[in-house]
Design a protein. Sequence first.
Length: 114
Amino acid sequence: MTNELEYVQLTDDNFTKEVLEHSGPVLVEFTRDSHAGHHIIAPMMQEVIRDYHGRVKVAILDVDQAKETAQHFRIREIPTVLFFRKGVVVAYLIGTFRKKELKVRLQLLLEQKS
């Protein structure tokens, strides 16, 4: 077991249950394991997992392994981060981004009531 907090690993099979049917806020990183963008934002994602534990579910989806879901959400650029509330996309980040941008969207996600 590693010291790093873990993402929820998403697949085409579990996406509906883990994200769309989840009652709380969910952040999903769409990536591919070999892509440099994932490795650039990975430390920020670990920080989110740690700082928002119990308030936001953080998940990762490899677009090469879950092609159906990636196509459904029209993922064209890696990394893409979608923010869900009650199964609906309410915000997003595309490409590499700054920690401040991520935190602003997380705050908005947590402040939304419906």
